[in-house]
Design a protein around this ligand. Structure first.
Ligand code: HMG
Ligand code: MG
Length: 324
């Protein structure tokens, strides 16, 4: 299949990226992150989640985030909603796009949303009905599409069935999520081929976590398989509170670099994106997770920036002179 001329990136850093932070992230920081992502050219920015604060405390300020963000023309700020209560709160906060999320594994569904897969799908029907009436677009996620932290292997047919149910219920796009980042390119292409029986490839997105360093390879494999929408997280922020050990989403900077190399348009300014990645990483007290940002902005393996990096060949400590 020929590669597309353009891809759409769905930036999930403010939600998927920050939901796992242990320390509270100030609302103003979240709002500023969303602003900077917009400045960098991202036009789909998942802003927050209207989920139970008992389950995900970091998203407790969702209404305040939505009230404060600057909404750029042509940009969309979807929010996660697990049920009708979350949807109504999102609507009241001015959301015009939401995302519902189901899992392809029963064990993960119970850990993440306290219900079976069938129950979670049933919960989404009233959400989709209300959304239709309110002209709110609904995107669907299928977690554990390439493996589950509790059940291990997940058969593609199970993913196809959940994805098909969400699509047929009215989701405009289905994002296939490698929640724990165990997928490889062959498995990813097999998955897409299987799911395509119920959801057209043009309506599929790839959401790959980078736990095993396979996310970029999986994106390339997905491009070859006809997918042209990818979820990613600035600076590789993230993880999932209900998938212990899962690392962050693929870093947006790495995806943009890949697309630039392939001559595929993203609409994103890589320099501005790296500025944003460095800023949020400083705010959170860590190094940017993207390979590209580390390579171009010079953080070494201890997290120090190039301005702080010592010369490679060091003189004995007693004779040390500054080499700047
Ligand atoms: P539950 O405990 O079964 O629900 O949780 P409940 O109906 O019994 O409600 C419990 C309490 O939560 C009640 O409050 C409700 O009012 C409240 P109380 O009466 O005790 O004070 N509540 C809510 N509050 C705010 N917003 C709501 C809401 N609903 C109920 N929408 C529930 C069920 C689904 C609510 C819970 O399990 C939940 O919120 N889960 C969300 C978990 C989550 O956000 N996980 C991370 C996002 S998914 C993800 O990261 C994967 C993804 O990125 C893709 C991938 O990588 O795989 C999408
Ligand atoms: Mg995720």
């Amino acid at each position: 299949m020929p590669l597309p001329a353009r891809v759409r990136l769905v930036e999930v850093g403010p939600r998927d990226g920050l939901q796992n932070e242990n320390q509270p992230v100030p609302t103003a920081t979240k709002v500023e992150l969303i602003r900077r992502l917009g400045v960098a050219g991202l036009r789909s920015i998942e802003a927050t989640a209207f989920v139970s604060a008992q389950w995900v405390p970091q998203m407790a300020d969702s209404a305040a985030v939505m009230a404060a963000i600057e909404r750029r023309p042509g940009a969309s700020y979807p929010v996660l909603t697990p049920n009708l209560k979350g949807f109504e709160a999102a609507l009241a906060a001015g959301a015009t796009e939401v995302a519902v999320f189901a899992a392809a594994s029963e064990a993960f569904s119970r850990r993440n949303t306290n219900c079976s897969i069938a129950e979670s799908l049933a919960r989404f029907h009233p959400v989709l009905e209300r959304a239709r009436a309110a002209a709110v677009r609904v995107r669907g996620y299928v977690s554990c599409a390439l493996g589950c932290p509790y059940e291990g292997h997940v058969a593609p047919a199970r993913v196809r069935d959940v994805a098909g149910a969400l699509f047929e219920a009215g989701c405009y796009e289905i994002s296939l999520c490698d929640t724990i980042g165990v997928g490889t390119p062959g498995a990813t292409q097999d998955l897409i081929g299987c799911v395509a029986a119920r959801v057209p490839r043009a309506q599929l997105a790839g959401h790959y976590h980078d736990t095993y360093g396979m996310a970029i390879a999986n994106i390339y494999a997905s491009l070859q398989a006809g997918v042209s929408v990818f979820d990613s997280s600035v600076a590789g922020l993230g993880g999932c509170p209900y998938a212990v050990g899962a690392s962050g989403n693929v870093a947006t900077e790495d995806v943009v670099y890949l697309m630039q190399g392939l001559g595929i348009e993203t609409g994103v300014d890589l320099e501005a994106l790296m500025d944003c990645a460095e800023w949020i990483s400083d705010e959170l007290g860590r190094r940017p997770g993207a390979r590209v940002t580390q390579a171009q902005r010079g953080a070494d393996s201890s997290g120090r920036r190039s301005t702080e990096v010592e010369p490679t060949v060091r003189e004995p400590a007693t004779k040390r002179e500054p080499h700047r």
